[in-house]
Write a protein of this length. Structure first.
Length: 94
């Protein structure tokens, strides 16, 4: 599927419960999975009921110590960079 960037149309066209994984955009991220989006909360609202795997792809240079997340921000489960994939611990349940 080619996505044209209109997240509102995209969100209305699919049943999120049929997806296993979503790759979400971000401007920056930190290794706890927090991501800095574009400030409108589109993906946070889209992902709030999603139980699948949430992934962000980002250059190493844009990984920071904190993006100062807010309560409503949804974290990524996996961060893919130019280095090996960083899988975050909350995917593992003992």
């Amino acid at each position: 599927m080619i996505f044209d960037g209109d997240i509102i149309t995209f969100m209305n066209d699919i049943d999120i419960n049929e997806l296993d994984i979503i790759i979400a955009p971000c401007l920056s991220a930190c290794l706890d999975g927090s991501r800095l989006g574009h400030g409108k909360g589109y993906y946070d609202r889209f992902l709030k009921d999603f139980s699948g795997i949430k992934v962000v792809c980002i250059p190493d240079e844009l990984i920071v110590e904190s993006v100062f997340p807010e309560k409503h921000d949804i974290k990524a489960d996996i961060i893919i960079t130019s280095q090996p994939c960083s899988q975050l611990s909350r995917l593992y349940k003992d």
